[in-house]
Write a protein that binds this ligand. Structure first.
Ligand code: FAD
Ligand code: UDP
Length: 389
C-alpha cells in the first residue's frame, strides 16, 4: 500500500507551488507535487541558452508585475528582482511606434505635436458615439479608448492574429490591461512593482519547492491510472487534491471542450549582438503572420558581460486555436465559453476534497501575480481547513 501524503498537488506551476509551500510551512503537511512535464515552474519555466547567454522563457515571455503588497512580499521570499521595466514597440506600416498607446504614439501617427488636451479632444472625436463609454466587448472598448484610426492601426489586426475571433465577441477585459496615456510614459504595466527574477524563473520556483516536506515527481500524469497519484487512486484513498490542469480534461470533456488559444514559437538566430534593440517587438499589420517577436537577451541588460556580444536569439509567436494535446495558453472566453465554464465550475464544486486552481483549472486569463494571490486565498479558505488534523 502507498503511504499517502497529506496533500497531492497536480501541477508544479505557480498555483501548485504556492499552495504546496503554504501547506508545508503553515500546516506542517507532507505534500506530493506531480507534473506531467519534465520540469517544474509550469508556464513560467525558463532555461539558459548556451550560445547567446539569453534566458529563454520556454512558454512565452513572462514579466512579473503586481500592485499587491501581499504578493510582492511573498515572492520576494524566494527571489530578488531586477529593476527591469517592461516596454514594448510596434512595427506598423514601415514605422516603429511606442506602445502602449501614448502621446508619442498619437503624435507620430498623426504627424503632429499635440498637447495632452489636444490629443484627448481628437481621440474623443474619433471615438465617435463610443467616446467615454465603457463597452463590454473588445472592439467597442478599443475604439472608445483610442478612436477608430488608431484602433485599426494597432489593435484590429494584432487582435485578429492573436484570437482569430470577432473582436465584438471577445471580452473588453482582454485590452483593459493595456493603459492609454496622454503623456509620453510608455511603461507597459501600471503596477506598483515589477521586475524579473535576478537569477531566473526556474531558480525562483526551485526555492519555493525547497522544503523537505515537499516532494516533486516529474513526468507523472494525474490521469495515468498505473501510477499511485492518479485521480481514481487518490479519490479512493480520500487524499485532498489541488488540481491545476485543464478543468474540462478533469471531467473527461463530459460537457464539451473549452476553447483555448495556443502559441507556436519559431526560433530565429542572428549573427549580431542585438536584432531589435528592445525585448519585445509587436507586429501590428496583417502581412506579418506572427503577432510579436521576443529577443530574450534584452530582458536582462544587467547580464551583458555574460552574454555573447555577437549572437542573439529571437522567438516569433504564431497564435492558433488549441487542439486536444496542444498547450492551452489563452482562454478564449466568448459568452458561449463562459457559459460552458460555468457548468464545469458546478461540477468542480461537487468534487469532494478537490480544489481547482490556476489558469487552466479555473479557465481564467490570469497573470502570475493573480495566480499567486488566488493560491494564497485558496490555501487559507479551502485547503488549510482540509488539512486541520
Ligand atoms: P501552469 O503554469 O500552466 O501550471 C500548470 C501545470 O499543471 C503545468 O506544469 C502542467 O504541466 C501541469 N499539468 C497539467 N495537466 C496535468 C496532468 N494531467 N498531470 C500532471 N500535471 C499536469 N503572466 C505574467 O504575470 N506576466 C507575463 O508576462 C505573462 N506572459 C504570459 C505569456 C504566455 C504566452 C502565457 C501562456 C502566459 C503568460 N502569463 C504571464 C501567465 C502565466 O503563465 C500564468 O499566470 C501562470 O504561469 C499560471 O500558473 P498556473 O500554476 O496556474 O498554471
Ligand atoms: N493588443 C493589440 N495590439 C498590441 C498589443 C496588444 O491589439 O500591439 C491586444 C490584443 O488583443 C492582446 C491584448 O491586447 O491579446 C492583450 O495584450 P498583452 O500584450 O497584454 O497580451 P499577452 O502578453 O497576454 O499576450
Amino acid at each position: 500500500a502507498v503511504d499517502y501524503p497529506d496533500l497531492v498537488v497536480v501541477g508544479a506551476g505557480l498555483f501548485g507551488l504556492t499552495v504546496a509551500q503554504q501547506a508545508a510551512e503553515l500546516a506542517d503537511a507532507r505534500v506530493e507535487v506531480i507534473d506531467i512535464r519534465d520540469h517544474i515552474g509550469g508556464n513560467a519555466y525558463s532555461y539558459m541558452d548556451e550560445e547567446t547567454g539569453a534566458e529563454i522563457h520556454k512558454y512565452g515571455a513572462h514579466l512579473f508585475h503586481t500592485s499587491s503588497r501581499r504578493v510582492w512580499e511573498y515572492v520576494n521570499r524566494f527571489t530578488e528582482f531586477t529593476d527591469y521595466v517592461h516596454r514594448v514597440w510596434a512595427t506598423h506600416d514601415g514605422e516603429v511606434y511606442p506602445l502602449p498607446t501614448n502621446l508619442g504614439t498619437i503624435n507620430q501617427f498623426f504627424r503632429a505635436h499635440m498637447t495632452p488636451a489636444e490629443a484627448k479632444a481628437l481621440i474623443a472625436e474619433q471615438a465617435g458615439e463610443l467616446a467615454g463609454q465603457d463597452p463590454q466587448n473588445l472592439n467597442d472598448k478599443g475604439i472608445s479608448l483610442i478612436g477608430r484610426p488608431l484602433y485599426e492601426a494597432f489593435i484590429k489586426n494584432y487582435t485578429a492574429k492573436q484570437w482569430q475571433t470577432d473582436p465584438a465577441e471577445l471580452p473588453a477585459s482582454i485590452i483593459n490591461r493595456l493603459p492609454v496615456r496622454f503623456n509620453y510614459d510608455n511603461r507597459y504595466f501600471q503596477d506598483t512593482w515589477e521586475g524579473l527574477p535576478k537569477d531566473g524563473y526556474t531558480k525562483w520556483m526551485e526555492r519555493m519547492a525547497a522544503d523537505e516536506r515537499i516532494h516533486v515527481s516529474l513526468g507523472v500524469d494525474f490521469f495515468d491510472a498505473s501510477q499511485p497519484y492518479s485521480k481514481d487512486a487518490l479519490k479512493a484513498a480520500g487524499v485532498p487534491v489541488v488540481y491545476t490542469g485543464p478543468v474540462d480534461r478533469y471531467f473527461d470533456y463530459a460537457l464539451g471542450d473549452l476553447k483555448w488559444r495556443t502559441v507556436d514559437f519559431k526560433e530565429v538566430r542572428y549573427d549580431e549582438g542585438d536584432h531589435f534593440g528592445c525585448p519585445v517587438m509587436n507586429f501590428s499589420d496583417a502581412d506579418v503572420p506572427y503577432t510579436r517577436a521576443i529577443e530574450f537577451k534584452n530582458f536582462n541588460p544587467e547580464r551583458r558581460d555574460a552574454q555573447n556580444p555577437d549572437k542573439t536569439v529571437v522567438w516569433e509567436e504564431y497564435s492558433r486555436f488549441a487542439e486536444r494535446g496542444d498547450e492551452p495558453y489563452y482562454p478564449v472566453n466568448t459568452e458561449a465559453d463562459k457559459a460552458l465554464y460555468a457548468r464545469y465550475e458546478e461540477l468542480a464544486a461537487g468534487e469532494d476534497k478537490v480544489v481547482f486552481g490556476g489558469r487552466l483549472g479555473t479557465y481564467k486569463y490570469y497573470d502570475m501575480h493573480q495566480v499567486i494571490a488566488t493560491a494564497l486565498d485558496a490555501y487559507e479558505k479551502r485547503i488549510a481547513p482540509m488539512l486541520a488534523k
